[in-house]
Design a binder for this molecule. Sequence first.
Ligand code: M6R
Length: 620
Amino acid sequence: MCGIVGYVGQRDAAEILLEGLHRLEYRGYDSAGIAVFGENGIAIRKKAGRVTELAQLLERQPAIGSVGIGHTRWATHGAATDINSHPHVGGNGDVVVVHNGVIENYATLKDKLQERGYVFRSSTDTEVVAHLIAHQLEELIKLGDDPTDVKTAVTAVEASIKVLKGTYGLGILFRDLPGLLIGARAGSPLVVGVGKGEYFLASDSGPLVGHTSEIVYLSDNELVVLTPDEMKLTHRDSGKMVPSIQVLDQAAADSDLGEFEHYMLKEIYEQPTTIENALRGRLDDDAATAKFGDVNLTVQQLRRIDRVVLTACGTSWHSGLVGEYLIEEFARIPVEVEYASEFRYRNAPLSETTMIFAITQSGETADTLAAMRESQRKGHSTLAICNVVGSTIAREADGGIYLHAGPEIGVASTKAFTSQVAVLTLLALYFGRIRNMSYGAGQRIISHLRAMPETIQRSFACHDAVKEVAQKYYGADNFLYLGRNYNFPVALEGALKLKEISYIHAEGYPAAEMKHGPIALVDENTPSVFVIPRCGLYPKVMSNLEEVKARKGPIIAIACEGDDQIARFADDVIFVPDVEDYLQPIVTAIPLQLLAYEIALLRGCNVDRPRNLAKSVTVE
Ligand code: M6R
């Protein structure tokens, strides 16, 4: 959560920072602020609310200069107020800081700094960092160090971050060093964009798009010193480093809205392409299997695997559940799907033949990262199924599979879910084929997968029906989402989509489990969304549907084209193309994504920036 951006060069810093903050706003939108070095020192402009409000403030009170830092906040410590907005000032304005992360020992540090006379204005943990650096600076100056020497500033930062516990990505300016920007990273992502006579600092590659295609991904415990002409990189333990400059794929990092009104809608409609991208180059027709470039394990090693653990959060956890059904069915390998936030602290027994996958869109989710590190610490190589290239999880994993879905900006994950399911299908196919799956079965799966982009395209035909259903039910206070087998995780995902963007209480359940409790919620005001495509369990789900109908619950059915009996039982039917049962989640998720979107619009909610949420959850 929180996005930070920085610039040193010759251009208008405020403009670059604002543009960068717009691109980082998915990381948090409680407040935004910038600090720019001008002729009269460092000017700070900050405001609770969205980046557009900061932009309006800057029109009234410009901040002119060519060096600066900026921040968009997801509040952790202290309410979303102007005063708690970043940047924060240390000492008497000697240091200005933006921060992404959480300082866990801030209370102890704050007490000590207050005893020394530092006055705190905000209730954030970040202000501690600003005062701490100012304090270290003061101590160095007392010993005779020169405050206008870059070395003094660097030493003050190094001494300060040594005592910080928690996570941080930092951007730091010094009152006495006008052309200097220092960045530091531990646990929160940070990249540097390399330009001609200019450098950019950011939480991800988004703010670099259109400015430079040279990027350096910082690792934990690295500190970068930037001036318009120079970048110096050091690591806490290994000292001076040679930055590894990589080429930024501008198209992959670009995130324009195009013709769409919202990112969520754009991303839903991108799914034929994103599924195609997830499959591209990975279907091996000759061997009737899947192939991957970066798994970094031999067939012999993979064949020895007798247990799979999939760890993830939120929507990625739901795709993991689909993965469990897929891998167990295709490859007969037992699978466990673990909430990363639980797995990281559980001492789960893991044998040498257990394969661990972290599933994550952003590659920055704190709990998923910690779960991965914990299993690596125990000696288990861990693979990532990840979307964001160069993200922390992608870089630290022992191998992995990229989704290639392009930037997902809408807070509600849509295209990442279906791409994860597609990649997990490939993985299940691969594991199946190195075990007992026949050549013919492999071929059939490949041909069904290959048809998916076109099938998804056809499924958008349901959008008008979805709009009608949304119009009818958008006033409901509660929804149930029910499905079985491959469509149980889809029910969970549909409920999550609805609650996160429309603020309607929704519960996803295995359809048959409903009678063990949730059926008590059913009444004429509680719609139940049944995900009931044609499959072996169709008659069973139909019985569950009848149980709800008998209690006067309105029924919305997500059913297959050609199902001519469903309309007799459901109040509303949304048809989707008929596909093999193991591919249904990719198709049935689409009307549920659209339903959440349309209901949220009708309720006047901010679809792309729902309250209290952020796209990347980089705090524990
Ligand atoms: O980036 P990740 O896939 O690791 O994110 C995990 C969850 O935070 C994420 O899926 C969240 O649940 C979404 N907002 C759901 O739409």
